[in-house]
Design a protein around this ligand. Structure first.
Ligand code: DAH
Length: 333
């Protein structure tokens, strides 16, 4: 065969293969085939050159070297092209700074609830959940809240217009987490030592300190010989753990239908007293309503507002900030 033709054919095929190489792997295959030192097509051409006549050799030799240079250059150029990121090829400047990904965070109330749970777990309380849609038995009756008590005013509760419980009574959004005390005691013989954290609903006018939905932590400890002193200790250890400073707890006499005696709980932290919730010794009527024997066991219950603690610790002055979903607020926690 004509050596000159062979050289030309080699160049055509090599340049085509290099141009067609879509990635580094394909390009490497083309390099091995056309420029490989051991047995590539270049090697075959060289052997052919060895067979041509002495007159032809200088011309063909020069041609061979030129082709080899061109093919090598084409290979280098294609390699550089493939090394460049694809986006740059499409005209986007990939060296510009990227758009930062915004990392999500837990909502401050979710963080607070998590902390409360772990503090109470360290104090020996297990965490339970209860339904947010309740019947009157669990929201009122078993809690000793009689039919004429003002807390049962339909205007002070979110009754669900059409829904009825399995027992036939009306349903409402729970107005307090005290419902969970009943649900736990109905299903568990004493002793019980639980907390339950979650949403409660009241048709309050919304302002800086009121919301129609907020969160409570309910606590309940029933066993032999549990006293009001235990309640005070638990609340002080809890508040001290959360706020990281020694907190003083104060009880003021109060009334709740489901506790006797009942107290309002205040805490002293920083320079002020602040009301944090209600508590008391569980009323014997409540214990009886769930089949416990008030002669055998006693215990305390408490209900704390979760928002208040979080607001106090972080210096938040408006409860509405929690529910507006404004990332400028949320990303600070
Ligand atoms: N459930 C009451 C409320 O929402 C708070 C409360 C008071 C809870 C006394 C208790 C308690 O467990 O013993 O206002």
């Amino acid at each position: 065969m004509d050596a000159a033709k062979e050289i030309a054919e080699y160049e055509r095929a090599a340049l085509a293969a290099i141009a067609a190489a879509a990635d580094a792997e394909a390009l490497e295959a083309a390099r091995v085939e056309f420029l490989g030192k051991k047995k590539g097509r270049l090697k075959n051409l060289q052997k052919l050159l060895g067979q041509v006549s002495a007159e032809e050799r200088p011309v063909l030799g020069q041609k061979f070297n030129d082709v080899k240079t061109r093919v090598t250059a084409a290979l280098e150029a294609r390699r550089a092209e493939l090394d460049r990121p694809a986006a740059a090829v499409e005209g986007i400047d990939v060296t510009l700074p990227g758009k930062p990904l915004r990392l999500g965070k837990r909502h401050p109330l979710t963080q607070t609830i998590g902390e409360f749970k772990s503090i109470m777990a360290r104090l020996g309380f297990s965490v339970v959940d209860g339904p947010e849609i309740e019947d009157e038995k669990h929201n009122f009756e078993a809690l000793n809240i009689s039919a004429i008590h003002p807390a049962r005013d339909p205007l002070d509760n979110f009754y669900l217009a059409t829904a009825e419980s399995r027992s036939g009574g009306p349903l409402l959004l729970r107005s307090q987490t005290s419902t969970v005390q009943i649900r736990v005691m109905e299903n568990t013989p004493p002793p019980v030592r639980i907390v339950s954290l979650g949403r409660v609903y009241r048709p309050d006018t919304i302002d800086a300190t009121h919301s129609c939905m907020f969160h409570q932590m309910e606590g309940l400890w029933i066993a032999e010989g549990v006293t009001l002193a235990d309640l005070k200790t638990v609340l002080r250890l809890f508040a001290t753990s959360y706020l990281g400073d020694d907190v003083t707890i104060r009880f003021r006499p109060s009334f709740f239908p489901f506790t006797e005696p009942s107290v309002e709980v205040d805490m002293h932290w920083g320079d002020d007293w602040m009301e944090i919730g209600g508590a008391g010794m569980v009323d014997p009527n409540v214990l009886r309503s769930v089949g416990y024997d008030p002669e055998q066991v006693t215990g305390f219950a408490f209900g704390l507002g979760i928002e208040r603690f979080c607001m106090r610790r972080h210096g938040i002055t408006d409860i509405r900030r929690f529910y507006e979903n404004d990332v400028r607020f949320l990303q600070q926690f």
